[in-house]
Design a protein around this ligand. Structure first.
Ligand SMILES: [Zn+2]
Length: 288
């Protein structure tokens, strides 16, 4: 199975809808240092690269963390400014938010950022073509916002239209290279079993079985997924706090098991490989 390795770097209180007002963000205690360092070590141990999608606010506040990720051979992508639900933003607000976030991550990384992921995969399907077009105009060349799973927020794209990574010419009329996040058919539903809460909850034997059944998946984790001592979210229900803490087994062990069994690539590595394959195909056609 091809596994695309991604890590969404957002503060542990960055929920959709927001539970902490913007003006209180600077006063919150950050808990992401250890999870990010541990994940970098995990990637080193397995010899794999990862795309880290940073929230712009985070990159501005902790630029040294972005620099460390890049210095250790990984990619910095953009995950919006403050993790707002894209469905609540107008097109103009989306462009302003994304432009600001891109420049924050680029300033911290010291290089161009070409990969984007929407907070909580919150692209409304009916606006996707327009949003992807705006991303292209802003200089992005890779998107990973399309999820084919049914989610509380976002997702809901048709899996048959977005089955694998590739350009969106035929589906959304854009040359953008999409790394769609597929749902896994289980118990009559499409679940995002390779990321977030589902991944924390999924037992290893199930992941083992899915690795043999599926051909392509996207791993996505967050700092709070590795935080076994996560505080309660402010202004949130006991149920949402329980959902964020629930887990079975150590997530690090599951990730390492996946790294060992799969071909693991970052979004950028996959994009470069796809360009080479297209070039080779063109050369072949020209030769014929
Ligand atoms: Zn996120």
């Amino acid at each position: 199975m091809l596994l695309v390795n991604t890590f969404d770097v957002e503060p542990w209180w960055a929920t959709v809808p927001p539970c902490v007002p913007d003006e209180a963000w600077d006063g919150m205690a950050d808990r992401s240092v250890a999870p990010i360092r541990d994940y970098l070590d995990l990637c080193d141990a397995a010899g794999v690269r990862c795309t880290f999608f940073f929230v712009g606010w985070y990159a501005q506040r902790f630029p040294e963390r972005v620099r460390e990720v890049v210095a250790r051979g990984h990619e910095a992508g953009c995950h919006s400014m403050r993790h707002r639900d894209i469905a609540t933003l107008s097109d103009a607000e989306f462009v302003a938010d994304t432009r600001e976030a891109k420049s924050m991550v680029e300033d911290a990384a010291g290089r161009e950022v070409i990969a984007y992921r929407a907070p909580s995969f919150s692209f409304p399907p009916e606006r996707a073509a327009g949003l992807v077009g705006m991303l292209w105009e802003l200089g992005f060349r890779i998107d990973s916002s399309i999820s084919t799973a049914g989610r509380i927020h976002g997702g809901g794209f048709q899996k048959s239209r977005f089955p694998a990574p590739g350009p969106l010419d035929d589906t959304l009329g854009s040359p953008m290279f999409e790394v769609p996040v597929p749902g896994v058919a289980l118990l009559g539903r499409e679940l995002q079993l390779f990321g977030g809460g589902y991944l924390r909850l999924a037992p290893s034997f199930l992941l083992n079985r899915l690795v043999r059944r599926e051909t392509y998946q996207v791993l996505y984790v967050h700092p709070h997924d590795f935080d076994s001592d996560l505080p309660d979210l402010p202004n949130s229900s006991p149920l949402s706090n329980m959902r964020r803490r629930i887990r079975s087994g150590r997530l690090q062990d599951k990730v390492l098991m996946l790294f060992k069994q799969c071909e693991v690539l970052s979004c950028g590595e996959l994009f470069e490989r796809s360009k080479l394959q297209m070039q080779a195909a063109h050369t072949e056609v020209a030769a014929v």
